[in-house]
Design a protein. Structure first.
Length: 239
């Protein structure tokens, strides 16, 4: 398990205040917390959601709490929303050799490796690896109290297309390149992926990269207040 320095604090996200902030309630007290993702959390209305928060008492910080996960189901399947955390989790599980199914032999793990005009997240041995944490579609069975919003296509695809192309190009000199989707929760209901405004371009890029040898993998995790465990590691079939 990847253990947090301190167990996360349970609270309630009362409402989203801005792209980066939300009003939360912790032990009856209302305060403003930081949201580590600027996008919507799936198609869910961000009101009255149980959440887990990390506490950062540094006096230099304007906000001392970050929302790390929300609960959208009727079980304890917390959905991690801190996309920056995904890279720390991936590095941890590689160092613990829990991701040997993806890359088995390596002496070194490098972060933020330059490739072409891009910086990719990892180089594990001779394998380039780009990490994405999809939050536009949340693949869990929602609880009865969850309210949803009309779908809103996302349009930020330039970076993704660039990185997939760089991965494909790396195969001329390097053995492997991997696009890794990280789900900081257990998938309990596969849903139709929300299409972007550039869906055709992205789809064409991904299929072309797969033909060139880029591998697409996904990992699921079990997110708890005390830490995060690896739940499953599989090759992606839904491109």
């Amino acid at each position: 398990m990847y253990k947090f320095d301190e167990p996360l604090i349970r609270g309630t996200m009362l409402k989203r205040k801005s792209q980066f902030t939300a009003v939360v309630q912790i032990d009856g007290e209302e305060l403003i917390a930081h949201i580590p993702t600027t996008n919507r959390i799936g198609d869910v209305e961000n009101k009255n959601l149980p959440c887990l928060l990390s506490h950062h008492p540094d006096p230099k910080r304007k906000l001392h709490y970050d929302i790390e996960a929300v609960l959208l189901s009727d079980d304890e399947n917390w959905v991690g929303i801190n996309q920056i955390l995904s890279n720390r989790l991936v590095e941890h599980f590689f160092r613990e050799h829990e991701l040997d199914k993806i890359v088995a032999e390596y002496d070194d793990i490098q972060r933020e490796v330059k490739l072409g005009i891009s910086k990719l997240d990892f180089k594990v041995g001779d394998t380039y690896l780009e990490v994405k944490t999809p939050l536009t579609t949340i693949n869990v069975k929602y609880g009865e109290s969850i309210k949803t919003l009309p779908p809103k296509p996302f349009s930020s695809t330039d970076r993704m297309v660039k990185h997939v192309n760089e991965l494909a190009g790396s195969l001329s000199e390097h053995e492997r390149a991997i696009f890794l989707q990280v789900y900081q929760y257990r998938i309990t209901e596969r849903k139709e992926r929300l299409r972007s405004t550039h869906y055709e371009e992205v789809s064409e890029t991904i299929h072309r990269a797969a033909e060139q040898g880029v591998e697409f993998w996904e990992i699921q995790m079990d997110f708890r207040p005390e830490g995060v465990s690896l739940y499953s590691v599989e090759r992606s079939t839904d491109l």
